[in-house]
Structure formats: C-alpha cells, structure tokens
Write a protein that binds this ligand. Structure first.
Ligand SMILES: Nc1nc2c(ncn2[C@@H]2O[C@H](COP(=O)(O)OP(=O)(O)O)[C@@H](O)[C@H]2O)c(=O)[nH]1
Ligand SMILES: [Mg+2]
Length: 468
C-alpha cells in the first residue's frame, strides 16, 4: 500500500488567524524535521505523539525564516490516516501557507490528491466508505440538522445497520449452505419456513432503509423549493421576505423576473434551495418565453412547489394553468397580499380542488411566513423522518440513507433477496438460493467499501476538497 508522504494546505485559502499545512505518511516527521527548528534546538523526530511544539519554519537551503509556527505531531496508528501525521499551524495567509507547502514538497512530500487523507483513513481501515463519505457531507452541511445526520453516519450509524443486516443474511445463508453440503437430506418444512421468514424479515429492513432515502436525501442534497405563479402575484417578494433581504428585483411591471433565481435557506433544519421563477403566462416576447419554459422546468425539478395566487383578485385562467401543474407534486398554495382587502368570492373553495395545503400570507408584512415554512417542512418529511433536537431518525428505522449510491446498493441487495426467496419457493437448487444471497451480501458490502473498485473510490474521493 502507498504510504509515501503527502502534503496539502488543509484550511481554506484566504485570510485567517491560522492556516494549516498537513502531512501524512512514512516520512512526515523527517520531512518537517528538515524545515523546522526551535529556539532550544529540540528535534522534531524525537518528540512524542500528540505533542505541540513552537518554532520556526526555515528554508533549509538558504536558512531564511518563512513563518513562526506550532507543529502538531501525531504518530501512527492513532491518527486521522493511521499514518504519521504532522500539522504545521502557520499564520493564516496565502503567502506563508504556500511557502511552507512548497518547502514540504521540495523536501520529500508530494501534493495530496483531493480527499487523499480521508482515502488513506479508509484504506488503512480506520473508517469505512460510508463514514468517509459522511466526512464530506459534514463539511458541506448547510444546516444543523444536515450536520447531525452526517455526523451520525460518520459515527457508524449506517454501518452498524448494514452490518446487522449482513449478519442476518449470512446466518440464513449458512442455513441454506448446510443443506447444500448434505444433498441427500430433505429440507424439513420447519427449516424451509425459517429460511423464508428470515429472508422476508431482512427484506423489510432493506425496504425501510431504502424508503428513508425519499426524505433522507434532503438532508444531504437539500430540498428544492420552487415558487411559481402568474406574473405579479408576489413570487420575488416572497423570496426576498424569506431571505430577509432584497435578492430579487420586485416591480409593479409584470414579467420582471426572467430567469430562475436560487438561494439557500434553513427551513426547520433542512437546507432548502428556494427558486424564484418567471411568471407563467402566454407571451410572445423571446426572453420572457424562455423564462416561462424555465419556470415549467423548475416545477418538474422541485421537491416542493409553492403555487402563488394574488388574494386581491380571484384566480383566472392564467392561475389555473399554474395550479394544474401542482397536482402531481408535493405542493402547497399560498394566497399572497393578505394585507390588502381580499377579493370577495368563494374562490378559496376552488383552490381546495388543487391542494389541501393553502396558506394565506403577506410577503410585504411577513404574516403567515412561519406557517408557510412549517408546511414546507411538513410536506417534505411527511414520511415520518423527524428533525429537531432529538436524533432525527429515532422513531423510524434507526438509520437513514442520504446518499444515492447507498440507496442503489440497498435496492440491488433487496433484488438479490427477492430472487433467493423465489428460487427457494420454486424449489430451485439451493446453490442458486445461496448465490443470490451472496450477491445481496456483496451489494451491501459496497456501501461500507468491503467490496469496491478503484473506479468507485476515485469517483467518491474526487469530490473531496484537497487537504481533507
Ligand atoms: N400589498 C402587497 N403587495 C405585494 C405583496 N407582495 C408583492 N406585492 C407587490 O406586488 C407587485 C409584484 O411583486 P413581485 O414580487 O415582483 O411579483 P412576481 O412577479 O410574482 O415576482 C409589487 O409591486 C410588489 O410590491 C404583498 O404581500 N402585499
Ligand atoms: Mg418576480
């Protein structure tokens, strides 16, 4: 296995109090040892694990000082990568960080690839693949709840669940294989029943995990919310009100918003991407026409659609075109401009035909926005995933799937089990049952990286930032 020494700037490039250059690998200590000196001449290579030493980084060729630093020494195996790790805590400016990195590279380290530190943690067995993926999810988390879910996966929540399911599959499989070893024995009806119910139980566990992705993905990928409606109902005003700043241009002229404008917002712990769209109406003007097309696409793309109506005038044909499109979506209707006298009509009843979720709001005064957010959250997590101070999945399966790669593997494992059950029921040779069960085990193994390919690893770690 590669244990050559890698180095990277592990903190964001910009001005900060400190910035860190990190090294990992066989020669991490000797490489930094060549650059580092302390006023009392302490040798870095002699320092114990988990020590923090003050000193200077100097160019060994010229003797010129580059920065005053603190160096953290962490010796294998109790480190992030399980290799020797050295962190050089520099002053947080681009110049000292670049110079220190350059010196490390000139003196025996090579530049780390994206995610290579975490990849080593995986390859050296400190974390499994789903935990490695959670590292990046945690770094990217935009809300507390997303962070909590990522941390849960990082601490092995999903891995444990997968391991438990694998154990169950292995135990049924052992039962099946015992009969393969003694082909002269008839399967007892009891055994047959045990195998079938065993597979059925595991199948349910997999189905629950797979179903958790439907909403679990929102924690990782975010929730796409589109605000749609005919021109001038107040869509851009709502975006601005939710963001509490003037992001989108608001005018009295219909057709002002031409493109889809997106911003992130924390809705009850879910990271939501709110999309303000161009008003949907018949138009012959080219730019507006394209805008309308984009709005329609935004509806298709969105996880939740907010259909907006202007409460001061009853919905007309243009509104109905929009409302019609809400039907197959997680959608709610907002009746805006509640601060003005509302149109007198029984049209609220008309709206009920399109959605049971209707919220009266005023984008101008902010009335009803709290309720609107609650409804969005409710619609998104209707399947029962919980957010809040508690563990988000304490009342569902105990682990939640947020990553499409995991969901696909789980579904394939379930497919394998279905085939195994069918083979068992139709009295196919038990070898076939066993093969399908082994297949299911392998698919679950992909999630934690027990079964993997270089290609999968590259795809995962290439998404990481350099230095992690
Ligand atoms: N009184 C009142 N006017 C509003 C409200 N929301 C939007 N407007 C006004 O309605 C007009 C159109 O708003 P805008 O957000 O541009 O609508 P959009 O075309 O749907 O994006 C502007 O003149 C806004 O000031 C509201 O809640 N109350
Ligand atoms: Mg607008």
């Amino acid at each position: 296995m590669d244990d050559d020494t890698i180095a990277a700037i592990s903190t964001p490039l910009g001005e900060g109090g400190i910035g860190i250059v990190r090294l990992s690998g066989r020669d991490a200590l000797p490489v930094v040892g060549k650059l580092f000196s302390t006023p009392r001449g302490k040798r870095l290579e002699r320092s114990g694990s988990r020590t923090f030493i003050h000193g200077f980084i100097k160019d060994p060729l010229t003797g010129a000082a580059v920065d005053e630093v603190l160096v953290a020494v962490m010796r294998t195996p109790k480190t992030y990568t399980r290799e020797d790790v050295v962190e050089i805590h520099c002053h947080g400016g681009i110049l000292p960080l670049r110079k220190v990195l350059e010196l490390a590279l000139k003196n025996g380290a090579r530049l780390a690839e994206p995610g290579e530190f975490t990849k080593r943690a995986f390859l050296n067995g400190r974390i499994d693949l789903s935990q490695a993926e959670a590292v990046m999810d945690l770094i990217r988390a935009k809300t507390e709840e997303s962070g909590r879910v990522a941390l849960e996966q990082l601490s092995g929540g999903l891995s444990e669940k997968i391991a438990a399911l694998q154990d169950e599959i292995a135990s049924v499989c052992a039962h099946v294989e015992a009969y393969i070893d003694f082909p002269e024995e008839e399967i007892e009806p009891d055994s047959f029943e045990t195998m079938l119910t065993g597979i059925g139980g595991i199948r349910e566990g997999l189905a629950a995990l797979s179903a958790s992705f439907e909403e679990g993905r929102f924690f990782r990928e975010g929730l796409k919310v589109a605000i749609v409606g005919r021109p001038n109902v107040g869509k851009s005003s709502l975006l601005n009100a939710l963001l509490k700043r003037d992001r989108a241009i608001v005018t009295e002229t219909a057709g002002t918003t031409r493109d889809v404008i997106e911003e992130y917002l924390d809705i009850g712990g879910l990271p939501a991407r709110i999309m303000d769209t161009a008003g949907i109406r018949e138009t012959h003007e080219m730019a507006e026409k394209e805008g309308v097309l984009r709005s329609l696409r935004a509806i298709e793309d969105a996880d939740v659609v907010i259909g907006m109506i202007d409460g001061t005038c009853p919905p007309g044909a243009e509104d109905r075109v929009v409302l019609q499109r809400l039907r197959k979506k997680r959608a709610l209707i907002t009746v805006n401009k509640s601060d003005l006298p509302q149109a007198e009509d029984d049209w609220q009843r008309v709206l009920a035909a399109y959605s049971e979720n209707i919220v009266n709001i005023s984008a101008r005064t902010g009335t009803g926005l709290g309720l609107l957010k609650e409804k969005i959250l409710h619609l998104s997590l209707a399947g029962g995933l919980k957010t809040g101070a508690k563990h988000p999945c304490s009342e569902s399966t105990g682990a939640i799937v947020t990553n499409l790669r995991h969901k696909i593997a789980i579904d394939r494992a379930a497919g394998g089990l279905d085939k195994a059950a069918a083979a068992l029921q139709t009295q196919m040779p038990l070898e076939i049952v066993a093969i399908e069960m082994r297949e299911a085990l392998d698919r679950l193994g992909e999630i934690v990286g027990a079964v993997t390919t270089e290609d999968i690893l590259n795809r995962i770690f290439n998404e990481f930032c350099v230095g992690k």
